[in-house]
Design a protein around this ligand. Structure first.
Ligand code: ATP
Length: 288
């Protein structure tokens, strides 16, 4: 039996630098792991079957689940024909911009590489990860990184202090594809100052990191769901250093000095709809 944590991510900054010939957007985003995680347990299967059980009704339990797709992809690319039973405990809110499916997919790749003794090197795992989704390569390693291209061109960055994070997840999900389609219909607005964010991270300066938060998709998702602006303002009023929507949303995070302070901020968010979670920034995830 093998058990692995699959950590959620937030985007400290997210900019779109253009549209690629293959239809994807050219991203420039600073991604950051947080302590909030799903849990995957791998155990032996008597036959060669791959089976998945999940404690959440919000994600598909069958072949459309990214965990299942990761297992199939590994078998297609190796001679392995072994089976596995995977149980997935979901704690990361679904369709929230927190990369839950990507984190699970990365943990499945890394976990099965060990469980099936495949011995695939990190570079091969990383290219398989990119097949499963733009955020999956980041999730293999986690920590703090600049991601470019579709998200697969990663530059590791210095680890930040374990700042506290308040997550506010409104009671609905959004489709990432729909948000990008809406972005394409709008005139381009100013993007975040990625260089300033990188400098703040180099200096490991929490206040500067908080000041430099920016996400070019936030006004897009907020135009579809104005409550996102209300949540961001509520986090600031409650004492967060700064607040921002993560990824394509709709989850909004507030950064705080530490996890205890995040707990105090969360306790003041009495009028915010949806789920409130308290967590902290996390370092590299040792999954790979
Ligand atoms: P992204 O921005 O990559 O779409 P997200 O954090 O906004 O990520 P996810 O929680 O990853 O959203 O869910 C996106 C979709 O992926 C959901 O509609 C869900 O049904 C599907 N999905 C497939 N496998 C999983 C999984 N293991 N966990 C969560 N969602 C999954």
């Amino acid at each position: 039996m093998l058990e692995l944590a699959a950590h959620a991510k937030i985007n400290l900054s997210l900019d779109i630098k253009g549209r690629r010939a293959d239809g994807y957007h050219e991203l420039e985003t600073v991604m950051q792991s947080i302590a909030l995680h799903d849990r995957l347990v791998f155990s032996a299967a008597a036959d060669g079957a791959i089976s998945l059980e999940c404690d959440s009704g919000e994600v598909p339990a069958g072949p459309e689940n990214l965990v299942y797709r990761a297992a199939l992809l590994l078998r297609e690319n190796t001679r392995c024909r072994r089976g596995v039973r995977i149980s997935l405990a979901k704690r990361i809110p679904v369709a929230a911009g927190l990369g839950g499916g990507s984190a699970d997919a990365a943990a499945a790749l890394a976990g099965l590489n060990r469980f099936w003794n495949l011995g695939l090197p990190p570079a091969v795992l990383c290219s398989l990860a990119a097949v499963l989704g733009a955020d999956v390569p980041f999730c293999l390693r986690g920590g703090t990184a600049l991601a470019r291209g579709k998200g697969e061109l990663l530059t590791p960055l210095p680890a930040l202090p374990a700042m506290g994070v308040v997550l506010a997840k409104p009671p609905f999900g959004v489709s990432t594809a729909r948000v990008y389609a809406a972005y394409d219909q709008r005139p381009a607005g100013p993007g975040p100052d990625t260089a300033a964010m990188l400098a703040a991270i180099e200096q490991r300066d929490p206040a500067a990191v908080a000041r430099c938060l920016g996400n070019v998709l936030e006004p897009v998702t907020a135009s579809l769901h104005p409550v996102i602006n209300d949540i961001r303002r509520a986090l600031l009023r409650a004492g967060a250093m700064n607040a921002l929507m993560s990824g394509s949303g709709p989850a909004v995070f507030g950064l705080c000095r530490d996890e205890r302070e995040a707990g105090r901020v969360a306790a003041r968010l009495t009028d915010v709809p949806g789920k409130i979670l308290v967590t902290r920034l996390a370092g590299n995830c040792p999954a790979m």
